[in-house]
Each structure stands twice: as structure tokens, then as C-alpha cells.
Design a protein around this ligand. Sequence first.
Ligand code: SAM
Length: 200
Amino acid sequence: MTTFRCGQTVSYRSVVAKSVRSQVAKRRTLHKSQNRCCIAFCWPALTRDVVLDPFFGTGTTGVVAKRLGRHFVGIEREEAYVSLAMERLEKTKPLDDDALEITKSKKFEPRIPFGILIEQGLLNPGTVLYDNKRRHRARIRADGSVVGADVAGSIHKVGAHVQGAPACNGWTFWHFEEKGSLIPIDLLRQQIRAESAAAN
Ligand SMILES: C[S@@+](CC[C@H](N)C(=O)[O-])C[C@H]1O[C@@H](n2cnc3c(N)ncnc32)[C@H](O)[C@@H]1O
């Protein structure tokens, strides 16, 4: 990997990755002076993604990248714009970590099948699950399915069936009993996710 000092003058070819170069070459032929004269800006102290702006101008892309804690590479041929961009970048401060924190959407969390809870011994076949008001019950089977009064299937399917609902999130609907209290099975799923995140 090539690294550059911030503001270092470098050749266009050394900055733009081979794949990008071949795309650029296909689309247009650069004048020789355009090809040679450009400035690479690199922000070395930050981690995470790298943003490339091959037409950096006065550096708006770099300013945003620096604020959002991204590496960036900028290429600009006009010295006047380079100076302006450098000034703007000097004044730009990265946002603090709290502001950059992104709440992960649940859909990006690793999928945990209900059967894993049985495989890992967190719940046993034969254990009875209840809804939070104990109106409905279902017994766990060894294969990770559950069986209710007149239906068998996944925790979601049986949860929906017993309520007469079109769909149900079985993870939040079903609870197991511990010392007289009802605990949502979702708690066990969260425990598995936390353990697997800690192991990676
Ligand atoms: C529209 S401006 C860029 C705006 C900038 N990306 C932003 O977000 O603020 C285009 C810039 O590309 C530069 N430029 C054009 N051809 C170039 C080349 N071959 N090498 C380097 N810079 C180039 C121009 O000097 C100009 O400053």
C-alpha cells in the first residue's frame, strides 16, 4: 500500500488504484500535464473507510470525510484550490466518537435460529414456553420446533396461530419460567449474540 504525506505532490498514476485507472483510461484521454500534476491529500490519523475524490476542488469531500472519521484521498490539479482545500482541512475537526456512533439496525444482527438455544443447553426439549400473561403455552421439541394446543412449527408460526394473528415475533412472544418468573426467550438470543461478538 502506498502512503502519502498530507499535501504531497504525486503523480496521478501512483494515487489512483489500477482498477479505477483502467476505467478512467477507457472513458477519456488525459492531457500529459493533467496526468502529471496533482496533489494527494491523506488524513493519516483516522481509521475506518477510505473515500477517494479524484476531482478534489476546494476539498468539500475531504472536509466531510474528516468530520465523519474517514480516511480520504483527494486529487486536485489547481494549486489555488489545493491551498484553499488545505486551509479548510486544517480548520476542520473530526466529530467526537459519541456523535459518530450509529445505532445498528436489528436486521443487520446475526441470525440466531431458535434450535441453537437447545443445542447449547440454554433450553431443554420438553420445557414449556408461555406468553407473558400465561394465556398460551407451547412445548419445546428436540428439533427446535414447538408444539402448541393444536399446531406445531416454529416459535413464530405457533405464536401467530395461538393468537389468531397473521404473524408473530416468537422471540418476544414466548417466555420460559425461572423461579416463578417469566423471562422472554429473546434474552437467551441476546446472550448468544453477546458471547459470539465477544469471541470475534
Ligand atoms: C467540480 S470541482 C470538484 C468539486 C469537489 N469534488 C467538491 O466536492 O467540492 C472539479 C475539480 O476537478 C479538478 N480537476 C479536473 N480535472 C482534473 C485532473 N485531471 N486531475 C486533477 N484534478 C482535476 C478541477 O480543477 C476542479 O477543481
